[in-house]
Design a protein around this ligand. Structure first.
Ligand code: PLP
Length: 395
């Protein structure tokens, strides 16, 4: 066991566990931190904003003093849009690496912004590899920035960002990372992975409630971002400059969400920071995946690509298996699972993040086993087509 054993409390009032990648199950202390009103201009709230920003930057490890954190109102997508619009100059060109919904959303955002981009679309889950990126960059000197998704939450794949970063900087380009669902549980230390900016949000691995995202970027990139943004409210440079000058957010901040997030950051530190959080989630995944495999379920991905964030399983081929019913019966047992997002075969997802530990993950497996029995599903084996699909990963 690690030195920092966190106490995991069951959700109150018979709430189900959210086995979803955010919003997720939060602690009672996090919810309780919202039972107070804060004045946005007041010194106490400004101190909270300052504390939050410096705690987040510190999570980048050695070399983090070259970076600063800019919180941004809205859900995570607002921060992704803010990052793309602020750091990609209007005459720049992006290479978007997509293997799922969030990569495609980044590309769609650039379309809205009217910024030039090339898309490497690997389909539902195949990882973009360094050699492919290097080749595209060599062929297109106009590309100035590469946009990568750290954990592509739609399949749960952990993309090889170190490998991608190496080829991006070897080619003299810049990297922007959507680490929304990974940051706080999977290291993104600037001494190990080079990048200019990354984004995440309050309601993923830090285990806060939804309401804002944050951009962590090199200070010289923040300086240079002036005038790039198409948007007044999503201008990262303007928010940064205003916050550094006044200590305040430019527009009404989500005060209660920030208070809850600070509580979540304290718990994150007590758990042992990124390493401790990552250990618990990894254990959650390992216990859950091995239990589900014992029931006959198969994961979409090989162990090599499985993230400790969320795992995609194929739906069983047995005609008695109907996802909507599986979902309802799991919910009755206290667990909200997540539908799949693959285009070719039916699937569902189970999240490993939030206020849950391995004991709860064992209960999830038990609930799945009982649910299969209630539905009269004899075997959870997937259809042959699913396994053929998966074989693509190995080739
Ligand atoms: C959650 C998430 C987002 C943002 O989604 P919102 O619904 O806007 O919070 C972006 N990228 C990834 C990879 C995510 O997991």
């Amino acid at each position: 066991m690690n030195a920092h054993t966190t106490r995991i409390e069951p959700p109150r009032l018979g709430e189900p566990y959210l086995l979803t990648p955010g919003p997720l199950t939060t602690s009672y202390a996090v919810k309780e931190a919202m039972l107070k009103d804060w004045g946005s201009w007041d010194g106490d709230f400004r101190a909270m904003t300052r504390d939050m920003r410096s705690r987040l930057v510190a999570m980048l490890g050695d070399g983090s003093e070259d970076f600063d954190c800019v919180p941004m109102q809205g859900s995570g997508t607002f921060s992704v849009e803010a990052m793309l619009a602020s750091f990609l100059p209007r005459d720049g060109k992006a290479l978007v690496l997509a293997n799922g919904a969030y990569g495609m959303r980044a590309a769609q955002t650039l379309e809205y912004l009217g910024r030039d981009f090339t898309l490497l679309d690997k389909g539902d889950y195949l990882p973009p590899r360094g050699y492919e990126v290097a080749q595209i960059l060599a062929e297109d000197p106009a590309i100035s920035h590469v946009v990568a998704i750290h954990c592509e939450t739609s399949s749960g794949i952990l993309n090889p960002v170190e490998e991608i970063s190496e080829v991006v900087y070897a080619a003299g380009r810049k990297l922007l990372i959507d680490s929304m669902s990974a940051f706080g549980a999977i290291p993104l230390e600037v001494s190990k992975v080079r990048y200019e900016a990354m984004v995440s949000s309050a309601n993923k691995c830090i285990e806060g409630v939804p309401g804002f995202g944050f951009i962590i970027a090199k200070k010289d990139e923040l300086e240079a971002a002036k005038g790039n943004s198409h948007s007044m409210s999503l201008d990262v440079h303007a928010q940064w400059a205003h916050m550094n000058k006044t200590g305040q957010w430019r527009f009404t901040p989500p005060t209660h969400v920030v208070a809850a997030f600070l509580e979540a950051l304290r718990a994150h530190e007590v758990e042992g920071g990124v390493a401790g959080r990552g250990r618990r989630y990894t254990r959650n995944r390992d216990v859950m995946v091995s239990g589900m495999r014992e029931l006959g379920f198969e994961t979409l991905l090989d162990n090599r690509w499985l993230s400790p964030i969320i795992v995609t399983f194929f739906c069983p081929v047995d005609p008695n298996f109907v996802f909507d019913r599986f979902y309802e019966l799991m919910k009755e047992k206290g667990f909200i699972i997540y539908p799949g997002k693959l285009t070719a075969v039916d699937s569902f997802r189970v999240g490993c993040i939030g206020q849950m530990d391995e004991h709860i993950m064992r209960q999830v497996v038990t609930a799945a086993s009982e649910t299969l029995a209630e539905m009269g599903v004899a075997s959870a084996l997937p259809p042959a087509a699913a396994l053929e699909e998966r074989a693509k990963l190995a080739s």
